[in-house]
Write a protein that binds this ligand. Structure first.
Ligand SMILES: Nc1ncnc2c1ncn2[C@@H]1O[C@H](COP(=O)(O)OP(=O)(O)O)[C@@H](O)[C@H]1O
Ligand SMILES: O=P(O)(O)OC[C@H](O)CO
Length: 496
């Protein structure tokens, strides 16, 4: 038998999922890790905890699936992107906690970048726009604020890697990042797929401290010791690109939206690098060795499922997500309440780090159920804003939307999403599309699958939500949503 394993290292948890050669998940294990919020706007993870969890989930998933380790033919990695870990490659020592993609501490550094390079040139070179979301400003913050990092950097003993770099290093000793992850540093030239010398120079980041950029698939990067057996590590994709791949969106014009901690909509634009004028970013969708890169346009939303968790953990309004769904379903609408969860500022299409969250439209009529409904609707409205930008930017008219991620378990959210987008929303039979994408990449590299076209047959529709809202109601709701969004702006100072 042939099995492929995928490490899915996400914002809230780490999973290892084992797939058979029909793309079916046959065993998995998952562990959550601690979120550190040392100050408002700061979010950190402990890399050593993530590595410990990775080792445990691999062992446990293998045990649970009962496979013979000799049948594990390849492993792939998919990961939360942009999050940066500084480590010493000579000892493996972690020099500072991982600065997570949601972290806003480098906002003022991003402001200083604006005097070094124009937004147009930055977009032309990287496909991205000014935001502390991307890795570059986090790296500069580490160099400027952590003496240990500066010291090791001066000794040529510091690597700034995304999570894939860190895990690949732990597993194989190689210092690499794949082109999809590299495209999120704000340091890679999106056309040449190499570190951009001009940007490194402007931001004063030494090239020697960055990993080597490698293809996402069709290359064996090294061998990992898994329970005493050497298994090739041969597929790496950032988690949103992995979900696009796992949803079999291999060709131009195919799109997906993943609803997890955040929410990310990507459309494959083929080998065409398409620049956005509506607040989306251009990114590498995947790079197979020896081929031209496939590009994507992406709309990123920082807060989606994490709003559900905030209502559960910080407000203690519900015990779990299921209860929130039930409450939301018990009312026919939001009772006039609109929640804009700009906890980390607003990402696409607004990109305003000065925005902070609001709950708008409160009246004496509003109860807990309306709030719960507004929590779910917030994600659907944000996705709709991105969807509109995507259609305008790419010229692609999407007739349906493929969805995945934990929040797609929420029936009221998916119903409302279809209503607000006014198109059917479709969830596949295999919902672990992120891990599946990484497994596809690894499996293609060791010829378990011969080509991408062969993989399309594993994508099967499981659930479909179709729109039923009248156009006037839909438009009215969107108007109120946009009014609520306008209330979040200019709250924090631009530097915060
Ligand atoms: N039935 C549900 N209703 C609402 N939210 C849900 C439901 N099930 C899961 N979630 C949310 O989905 C998120 C987890 O999704 P997941 O795809 O595992 O996230 P990630 O990969 O970003 O860690 C959590 O924020 C959780 O609150
Ligand atoms: O870990 P997730 O699924 O929330 O994804 C995080 C994204 O990669 C951030 O860009």
């Amino acid at each position: 038998m042939n099995y492929i394993g995928a490490i899915d290292q996400g914002t809230t948890s780490t999973r290892f999922i084992i797939f058979n050669d029909r793309g079916e998940a046959i065993g998995s294990h998952q562990i959550e890790h601690k979120q550190y919020y040392p100050q408002p706007g700061y979010v950190e993870h402990d890399p050593d905890e993530i590595w410990k969890n990775t080792q445990t989930v691999i062992k446990q998933a293998i045990k649970k699936s009962g496979i013979n380790i000799k049948d594990l033919k390849a492993i792939g990695i998919t990961n939360q992107r942009e999050t940066i870990i500084p480590f010493d490659p000579t000892t493996g020592e972690v020099l500072y906690n991982a600065i997570v993609w949601q972290d806003l501490r480098a906002s003022s550094i991003v402001s200083s970048f604006k005097s070094l390079i124009s937004a147009d040139e930055l977009k032309e070179r990287t496909g991205l726009l000014f935001s502390p979301y991307f890795s570059a400003s986090k790296i500069v913050w580490l160099i400027n604020n952590v003496p240990l990092v500066k010291e090791r950097l001066d000794m040529n003993r510091c690597v700034f890697g995304t999570i894939d770099t860190f895990l690949a290093f732990k597993l194989t000793g190689k210092i690499i990042t794949d082109a999809t992850n590299a495209s999120r540093y704000m340091l890679m030239n999106i056309k040449t797929l190499e570190w951009d010398e001009k940007l490194l120079d402007l931001f004063k980041i030494p090239r020697r401290a960055l990993p080597t950029i490698v293809p996402s698939m069709k290359e064996i990067y090294g061998y990992a010791d898994i329970l005493g057996t050497k298994v090739p590590l041969c597929g790496i994709l950032g988690d949103q690109q992995a979900a696009l791949f796992g949803q079999a969106c291999f060709s131009e014009g195919e799109a997906k939206c993943t609803y997890g901690t955040g929410c990310f909509m990507l459309v494959n634009t083929g080998d065409k690098l398409c620049y956005s004028s509506k607040g989306l970013v251009s990114t590498v969708a995947y790079l197979a060795k020896g081929e031209k890169p496939a590009y994507a346009l992406e709309g990123s939303i920082a807060i989606a499922g994490s709003l559900v968790q905030w209502v559960r953990d910080n407000l203690k309004m519900v015990q779990n997500a299921k209860e929130l769904d039930e409450l939301a379903s018990s009312v026919s609408d939001c009772g006039g309440v609109y929640i804009v969860p700009a906890f980390s500022g607003l990402f696409a299409p607004h990109w305003r780090s000065d925005a902070r969250g609001v709950i708008a439209g409160l009246t004496g009529y509003v109860n807990r159920a309306h709030i719960c409904r507004a929590v779910l609707e917030a994600t659907a409205f944000q996705a709709n804003d991105i969807f509109e930008a995507m259609e305008l930017d790419s010229g692609i008219n999407l007739k349906t939307l493929k969805v995945d991620g934990g929040l797609t378990n929420s029936n009221p959210l998916m119903e409302f999403q279809s209503d607000i987008l006014s198109i059917p929303v479709i969830r596949p039979r295999i919902t672990e599309t992120t891990a599946l994408g990484a497994a596809f990449a690894a499996g293609l590299s060791v010829d378990i699958w011969q080509n991408r076209e062969n993989l399309s047959k594993y994508w099967k529709e499981q659930l479909r939500w179709t729109p039923s809202m009248d156009e006037k109601t839909r438009q009215n709701k969107i108007i109120f949503w946009r009014k609520a969004v306008s209330r979040t702006l200019n709250w924090a100072s631009k530097e915060e």
